[in-house]
Design a protein. Structure first.
Length: 114
């Protein structure tokens, strides 16, 4: 199983980034797929999840700004991040889980700075 995250980079506060997670070895529509992030000195935290049934859940800190979605044809999961704040800066990880198995991608760095 591989989860390849991409799309990170440097953006100014208020800016936009779109992260993408390309999955191989699993079918994203059959898994609960999520994005987590970890800032320096902090614990990894859940940002957003899209469950196999299609429902979504977001951390309170990103509600209304971030949108998680999946493309079943491409077997990818995206995270659209709008109105980025300095506190959103972190390494973002793609995660998949199903029936007790879980998988992590390698992370992509998001830097928010003026």
């Amino acid at each position: 199983v591989q989860l390849q995250a991409s799309g990170g980079g440097l953006v100014q506060p208020g800016g936009f980034l779109r992260l993408s997670c390309a999955a191989s070895g699993i079918i994203v529509s059959l898994n609960d797929m999520g994005w987590y992030r970890q800032a320096p000195g902090k614990q990894r935290e859940l940002v957003a999840v899209i469950r196999s049934g299609g429902s979504t859940k977001y951390a309170d800190s990103v509600k209304g700004r971030f949108t998680i979605s999946r493309d079943n044809a491409k077997n990818t999961v995206d995270l659209e991040m709008n109105s980025l704040k300095v506190e959103d800066a972190a390494v973002y990880y793609c995660h998949g889980a199903r029936f007790g198995d879980d998988y992590w991608g390698q992370g992509t760095l998001v830097t928010v700075s003026s």
